[in-house]
Each structure stands twice: as C-alpha cells, then as structure tokens.
Design a protein around this ligand. Structure first.
Ligand code: 5GP
Length: 199
C-alpha cells in the first residue's frame, strides 16, 4: 500500500514510555526509520557508531554546521548533538517515514526550521510532532519511583524537568497520553495510520 511519508518528531518527559512506544512502532511499521543523531561525545560501553549515534570529531561536526547539514543541533555539556537533514530527506524521498526522538528544545528548533522550508518540501509536507504525556504528575512520580533505578534527588530533578517540558505540550500538533501502554500504542498507531493514509 502506498502511504504518505511522515517526518515524525516525538518528545516526552522521562518515564513516560516514549522509547518503548517508539520501539513498538519500529517493530510493527517497517517503513518507519529511526533517526540516529550525531554527537561529538565518546561512545559509552557497548555503543556502536551508526547504531546508537554517528560519532564525529568536533572538527567534522563544526564543518557540518558550517555546511548547514543539520536540521537542528545543540551543545550539551561541551559536546555537540545534532540531526542531519540529508538522511531524513533520503528516507522520505524513498516513500518511507522517519521518526525523531528529541527533547522539547530540539523539537522547537526542528519545528522552526521545518516552518521555514518551502511549501511542497517533503519534510514540511510530512511533518508531524507528537508529545507523549503522563496521565498525571502523581502517576509519573509513581512510575519513576517504581523503576527503582533513580535516587530521590534524581527523581525530583526528573519531575521538575517533566513539569517544564509538559508546559510546552501545547506546541505539539498531537498529544498521546500514556496511561496504559497498549492503549497509548493503539492511539499512536491510529494517528500514524490516519496521517499516512494507511486507513
Ligand atoms: P547522551 O549523551 O546521554 O546520549 O545524551 C545527552 C543528551 O543529548 C540527551 O538529553 C539527548 O536527548 C540529547 N540528544 C541526543 N541526540 C540529540 C540530537 O540529535 N539533538 C539534540 N538537540 N539533542 C540530542
């Protein structure tokens, strides 16, 4: 079936199940490709070039910035992180879709950039941004505490960050509340099906 290629940008506070939802989507929709970011930080542990990140030197990254190769980039703790425009264009040109997992600030930059593209540009035509919401702050706290992986301090920091991020939720075209994973996933699929004309 021929579907409209989408450029999906997804954000969520940590603990909202965004990565799980994206993994489920990628398992089921073989025409959706996950966007791998570039970074200048060193690989950690088992991380592999081209799988977890495209690892670049600072010099190469700065060349790419000068070439305007990034749809967005940011400097975080002395390291650059960014998303190249060309791979998204290639995927969409092939008729497939790309999904980008990015924080609220990064998404705002992408949105701004996409807005400035000419009408008819594939990225602009297929653009959709989705914010994954926790059902409530109380439930998010319960989930973060339930993971048992974070210190009290880290949980409080994540909750404060979450509040800051949720304040931007209305900037997104769609919100998916993750109250129950299977229900949230169904909502996400319905959205993707409707937007890509897969009905
Ligand atoms: P880490 O070094 O732990 O993998 O990631 C550090 C931070 O960089 C995370 O907050 C992550 O969301 C952010 N990040 C990863 N890729 C990108 C990207 O392509 N663009 C931007 N702006 N931030 C990114």
């Amino acid at each position: 079936m021929k579907t409209k290629p989408l450029f999906i940008v997804m954000s969520a506070p940590s603990g909202c199940g965004k990565s799980t939802l994206i993994d489920m989507l990628l398992q089921e929709y073989h025409d959706i490709v996950y966007s791998i970011s570039c970074t200048t930080r060193e690989p950690r542990g088992e991380e592999e070039d081209g799988i977890d990140y495209h690892f670049k030197t600072k010099e190469r990254f700065e060349e790419l910035i000068a070439e305007d190769a990034f749809i967005e980039y940011a400097k975080v703790h002395d390291n650059y992180y960014g998303t190249l425009k060309a791979p998204i264009e290639e995927v969409l040109a092939e008729g497939n879709s790309m999904i980008l997992d990015i924080d609220v600030q990064g998404a705002a930059k992408v949105r701004e950039r996409v807005r400035s593209l000419p009408d008819g540009d594939l990225l602009k035509a297929g653009y959709v941004d989705i914010f994954v919401m926790p059902p409530s702050m109380e439930e998010l706290r319960r989930r973060l505490e339930g993971r048992g992986t974070d210190s009290r301090e880290s949980i409080e920091r994540r909750l404060a960050n979450a509040e800051g991020e949720i304040a931007h939720a209305d900037e997104y075209m769609f919100k998916v509340v993750n109250d129950e994973l299977s229900v949230a996933y169904k909502r996400l699929c319905d959205l993707v099906d409707a937007l890509s004309g897969r009905m």
